[in-house]
Design a binder for this molecule. Structure first.
Ligand code: GCO
Ligand code: MG
Length: 402
């Protein structure tokens, strides 16, 4: 079997997605997600100009060799654009292998390690009462794990809180939105939010929160210590992780579990975090961290240190990633939790999928491959519509971490 075509499809059914479709001489095809929020066309061009021509004529069954060829062969290793492009190829090739062998991806990986995958949803509110109402709705829908984000008094904007009544979507059209941030206000307020959750709902649900890279290590340590009585499942991205040893400071002060990694693109971004046991959950995901072939390597390494997975699953990862991630999650022995934000209705139509949601758990389905397809005619009706992620500035105007 040989690869005869590789096409890049850019579409915006509610938000922008980039999809790679790899077609073989036997008519079997596979698809992969190549979406890099706010930088979509860089990956589309990387694929179209530099990767697709190199795939033609290759045996799609040589998944590992093609991965190594694209990684080592580029000479310029790693980076989000390269690793997202490699991930898309990798996902598409595993999809083809599943279709050729008639097996769902999770069986190719070694079979199910659990019956279903626990996912966490997002409860967001402009203030505590609204956030608690959203939390209650998630409990009603059967979620066992819920992330909470809430507006902070006297702060103009806060990461993770939707503007209207719709689903949270950070990317905006018509330029880059500038938000404002005050660590002092946030740190004084956020323990009260977790206290309110536990007071109203008790300890029966896993409580998660995303600090979105806003704190310094010692501030993160203070937060972790202050919220220990509320027993969080995790605090996510307490501080930027380029400096991995910075997490030692957090660990010295608190037992609140830490999750990091949605912006990582290779095992090298988390090697020290994992081997020094500075984190509890690794959030790298298929689309941005080199696909199944590489994420499996990260997860196996993490398992040596009892670090569990908690794959990023924001709606800027396409339904293709969601499908493949659920196969990965069903298999991976050291699974923790999977993020699930849902998708715009139009996106679910453009990407027919076999995965199912049932009261806070998901299953990838049993169709061969990863079980997600793309309706190209429908996709063509939603042209690319540029959108950017916001930036955050401190109250004196200093550019901060968003
Ligand atoms: C999360 C993430 C997202 C990101 C988004 C950026 O935990 O789900 O922080 O909400 O902000 O994926 O593109
Ligand atoms: Mg996050």
């Amino acid at each position: 079997m040989k690869i005869v075509r590789a096409d890049v499809i850019v579409t915006c059914p509610g938000r922008n997605f980039v999809t790679l479709k790899v077609v073989t001489d036997e008519g079997v095809y596979g698809i992969g997600d190549a979406t890099l929020n706010g930088r979509e066309l860089a990956v589309a061009a990387y694929l179209k100009e530099h990767v697709c021509p190199l795939l033609i004529g290759r045996d799609p069954g040589r998944i590992e060799d093609i991965w190594q060829f694209l990684y080592k062969g580029a000479y310029w290793r790693r980076g989000p654009v390269t690793m997202t492009a490699i991930a898309a190829v990798d996902m598409a090739l595993w999809d083809i292998l599943g279709k050729v062998t008639g097996m769902p991806l999770y069986k190719l990986l070694g079979g199910a390690s659990r019956d279903s995958v626990m996912v966490y949803g997002h409860a967001t509110g402009r203030d505590i009462p609204e956030a608690l109402d959203r939390y209650a709705e998630h409990i009603d829908q059967g979620y066992q794990a819920i992330r909470i984000q809430c507006g902070v008094p006297n702060m103009r904007s806060v990461y993770g809180v939707s503007k209207g009544n719709g689903v949270y979507e950070p990317a905006t059209k018509g330029g880059v939105e500038e938000q404002s941030w005050s660590t002092e206000k946030y740190l004084d307020f956020v323990p009260k939010l977790f206290e309110a959750v536990r007071d109203r709902f008790g300890f029966g649900t896993h409580l998660l929160h995303d600090a979105h890279h806003r704190l310094t290590p010692i501030e993160a340590a203070r937060l972790g210590k202050a919220v220990e009585p509320y027993r969080l499942f995790w605090i996510e991205d307490p501080t930027p992780a380029e400096n991995q040893e910075g997490f030692r400071l957090i660990r010295e002060h608190t037992v609140t579990p830490i999750a990091v990694g949605e912006v990582f693109n290779s095992i090298w971004d988390c090697k020290q975090l994992i081997e020094e046991q500075l984190i509890d959950y690794i959030r790298a995901t298929l689309t941005h961290a080199g696909g199944i072939t590489h994420l499996r390597r990260i997860a196996d390494f993490a398992s040596l240190y009892q670090v569990r997975t908690g794959c990023h699953g924001a709606s800027d990862l396409s339904p293709v990633c969601m499908g493949a991630a659920l196969h990965f999650d069903l298999w991976v022995p050291n699974f923790g939790v999977q993020e699930y934000m849902g998708f715009p209705e139009a996106a679910l139509e453009v990407f027919p999928h076999a995965w199912q949601f049932d009261r806070g758990t998901m299953h990838p389905g049993d169709v061969p491959g990863h079980g997600v397809d793309i309706d190209e005619a429908l996709a063509a009706r939603y042209p690319y519509d540029p959108a950017y992620l916001p930036v955050a500035r401190l109250e004196d105007g200093t550019l901060w971490n968003w």
